[in-house]
Ligand binder design. Structure first.
Ligand code: UD1
Length: 359
């Protein structure tokens, strides 16, 4: 059988890597990898492929940036002839980025079955572009692989038939488990002994001038107590420059490669973020995570893990940071099936469900 994977943005790469690897060991499976080019900077893409051991994509659609409509449309236009030519039995899409939805729409209209890895996550906040991508992708998918029980419950409530839903665990944690020893072996490289690791890129946080200003001044306040190390997404860097904001003593860096970022996370005193995946990685690592959002599509990181939602204002960030600094940070446990074997379970299901060999 032919399985065609579509990825495009940084958080897709750590999810596709273990699935590619697991399917490569299954007899009769031919794999094709398409990179949409949604992320194109070396620091956001190639370095991740290298470190994760992902083979050179068979096709790079090189769509680049654009408004949501333009980027989504461009991916669809460029992907359609590739799918028509490749004729896969299954298209596998990952997460909730524009590439995920665009590829699902094209495959669905060509009558090609779709597998969605990381299905069922919901923030219930439709102002997030990712929430729109999640909702629509899950409606189109034929096999839905969820990382946690809440994902499966959300899908059932939306009327997705039970037989399409598989609780397989968290593939992002598969990559983490595999590469953590290599990350831990990296030298500390002059990092401070104790630090707050910060990432920010959500449109709701960085596109609104007032919100971004407020968050940066809260971080400057954090920096008085704990060194702030801030690898900034290109979107965030550009916004800071556009607004002429001072980052003062904050250590603002370019995006950091996967292994270095894992090392930074595993040694951090606390992580302050608005990312989705980082909420999960910190839960696995047992590192306190303060999420600068009002909601999360990953509630298990709050109910079981180390994650605390601090909203966008400085008050709750201040309170939670002082708990961390006084050794009273929330402790957590690792959710079920976040064990490094999720991709193996996914590969078993794919082979079991779509076992019409092509050759
Ligand atoms: C995307 C995903 C988001 C994910 C994030 C991780 C969507 C809707 N959003 O957001 O879910 O958490 O990736 O990084 O798909 N840019 C560069 N270089 C790059 C990529 C982007 O400079 O390699 C700049 C572009 O100028 C663009 C901006 O970043 O304007 C946004 O890029 P885009 O891919 O649209 O979304 P992200 O904000 O990266």
């Amino acid at each position: 059988m032919k399985v065609l994977h579509v990825v495009g943005a940084r958080p897709n790469f750590m999810k596709v890597a273990p699935v590619l690897k697991a399917l490569a060991t299954r007899a009769g499976v031919v794999q094709v990898l398409i990179h949409t080019g949604q992320h194109y900077d070396r620091s956001m893409s190639d370095i991740f492929l290298d470190q994760l051991g992902i083979p050179e994509p068979d096709v790079n659609l090189a769509v680049g940036s654009g408004t949501h409509a333009r980027q989504t449309a461009e991916i669809m236009t460029r992907l359609e002839p590739v799918l028509t030519e490749q004729k896969p039995e299954l298209v596998v899409v990952y997460g909730d980025v524009n590439s995920t939805l665009a590829a699902s729409l094209v495959a669905a209209k060509l009558g090609i079955r779709i597998g969605h890895v990381e299905a069922g996550l919901r923030s219930f906040d439709r102002t997030m572009p990712e929430e729109i991508n999640r909702l629509l992708t899950d409606q189109l998918a034929d096999v839905l692989f969820t990382p946690s029980a809440d994902g499966a419950a959300n899908l059932r409530k939306e009327g997705i038939p039970l037989e399409k839903i598989f609780l397989t665990g968290n593939v992002m944690i598969d990559s983490l488990v595999r590469l953590l020893p290599a990350a831990r072996a990296l030298p500390a490289n002059g990092w401070p002994e104790r630090y707050a690791l910060v990432t920010l890129h959500r449109p709701a946080n960085v596109d609104d001038d007032g919100t971004l200003k407020e968050i940066l001044s809260a971080l400057i306040e954090v920096n008085d107590q704990l060194n702030v190390v801030f690898p900034a997404h290109p979107r965030t860097r550009r916004r800071i420059a556009e607004l002429g904001l001072h980052t003062k003593s904050l250590r603002v860096l370019d995006p950091v490669p996967y292994l270095e970022f894992l090392a930074l996370q595993s040694r951090a005193t606390v992580v302050i973020t608005d990312s989705g995946g980082i909420q999960e990685e910190t839960t696995y690592l047992g590192v306190p995570c303060l999420t600068v959002r009002n909601n999360t599509e990953r509630p298990v990181t709050v109910t079981m893990g180390t994650n605390v939602l601090v909203g966008r204002g400085p008050e709750s960030l201040r309170t939670e940071l002082s708990l961390v600094l006084s050794g009273k940070a929330k402790r957590g446990t690792v959710p079920p099936l976040w064990d490094g074997r999720a991709a193996e379970r996914i590969a078993d299901i794919i082979v079991g469900q779509f076992s019409n060999p092509v050759c």
